[in-house]
Write a protein that binds this ligand. Structure first.
Ligand code: TYM
Length: 336
């Protein structure tokens, strides 16, 4: 086998450091990152530059970024096996972001659902960064020549535009970027809000009690599940159309208890919603307990976190700068 064919496939993904990770981002993304890290060359970043598209308090952002790194490690991402890094530590992201902005169209960016939703929520601050957000995300992915991008269902559209931008660039300048594929889990790709199961669980909605954070205390998690909105009737049956609340809880339970949906239906047949919700709460508490404990301990070790960041930034920069240099060359920039 040649060196080229023996090379492992590459994965890149990231999460904004705009608050503690949620059960949604754990189930939709991180859990799968851990699984994939066995087989692939993985780059997992903390996207602080994306986080500032909505206003952040500087001290809180700094703390969230480091604590998120602690949560990555506590969730099972070994910093030796994976490249764990902070986006703003690798300047190539901003540099390629600018270039790709010249190959992304105003019309296609205007159609992004996340832009429309965030604009509606932040009507007083519809800044240009919010609009070009997917371009920076495309740079994150394309810099590493990623084959796969493990994300939740809400990022599907951003993956599509990344592919479109990459193909457009390749079409003009020849093969430059690997065209990445989204990797979206079968179960838990869209964890819904416990209070309004028609909406995605999101940290920006934490105040309503419908969002569970991975660092939440067990008693708060149990309260959130006991209060979770269910549906009329009493049957635990998977049917997202007519039973969105119950179906959401079933998916969460199936993932945390490692069961299939039919197994969950059988387990709770003839038992009431109260019993079911308590079991979901317990399964989530037990899944998150070791992560929360480890993350709290690691978050206190700022020297270790700084070391992981520095090592990650160095390894990420190596790969990213190679792509950026090639792009600059193709564009006709005079190389230093
Ligand atoms: P973000 O920070 O909103 O979410 C991080 C990841 O968690 C997934 N996720 C969910 N999955 C299922 N159910 C939910 N309720 C839920 N909430 C969040 C998201 O799909 C995502 O995978 N634009 C990205 C961050 C980003 C990125 C990247 C991702 C920046 N650059 C490069 C991949 C590759 C975002 O806002 O995710």
């Amino acid at each position: 086998m040649t060196v080229e064919t023996a090379k492992k496939k590459v994965i890149l993904s990231g999460i904004q450091s705009s608050g503690a990770l949620t059960l949604g981002s754990y189930i939709g993304a991180i859990r799968n990152w851990v699984e994939l890290s066995e087989e692939y060359d993985c780059y997992y970043c903390i996207v602080d530059m994306h986080a500032i598209t909505v206003r952040q308090d500087p001290e809180t952002l700094r703390r969230n970024t480091l604590e998120q790194l602690a949560q990555y490690v506590a969730a099972g991402l070994d910093p030796k096996r994976n490249v764990l890094f902070v986006q703003s530590h690798v300047p190539s992201h901003a540099q390629l972001g600018w270039v790709l902005g010249c190959y992304a169209m105003f019309g296609e960016l205007s159609r992004m659902t996340q832009f429309k939703e965030k604009s509606a929520k932040n009507a007083g601050n519809i800044n240009a960064g919010l609009f070009t957000y997917p371009v920076l995300m495309a740079a994150d992915i394309l810099l590493y020549q990623a084959d796969l991008v493990p994300v939740g269902d809400d990022q599907r559209q951003h993956l599509e535009i990344t592919r479109d931008i990459a193909m457009r660039f390749n079409g003009i300048y020849g093969e430059t970027f690997k065209i990445p594929e989204a990797h979206i889990p079968k179960l838990g790709a869209r964890v819904m809000d416990l209070q309004s199961p028609g909406n995605k669980m999101s940290k920006s909605e934490a105040a309503s009690g419908g969002c569970v954070g991975i660092m939440d205390k067990p008693e708060d998690i149990m309260r959130a599940f006991k209060r979770a909105v269910t549906d009329s009737g009493s049957e635990v049956r998977f049917d997202p159309e007519t039973k969105p609340g119950v179906s959401n809880l079933m998916q969460i339970y199936a993932v945390c208890a490692n069961k299939t949906l039919p197994e969950v239906e059988r387990e709770f047949s003839g038992r009431g919603y109260g019993d079911f919700k308590r079991s979901v709460g317990e399964a989530v508490i037990e899944t998150l307990r070791p992560i929360r404990e480890d993350a709290s301990r690691l978050a206190g070790d700022r020297a270790l976190l700084a070391e992981i960041c520095a090592d990650g930034a160095e390894r990420a920069s190596l790969a990213a700068e190679r792509t950026l240099r090639n792009v600059y060359d193709k564009l006709g920039f005079v190389l230093k």
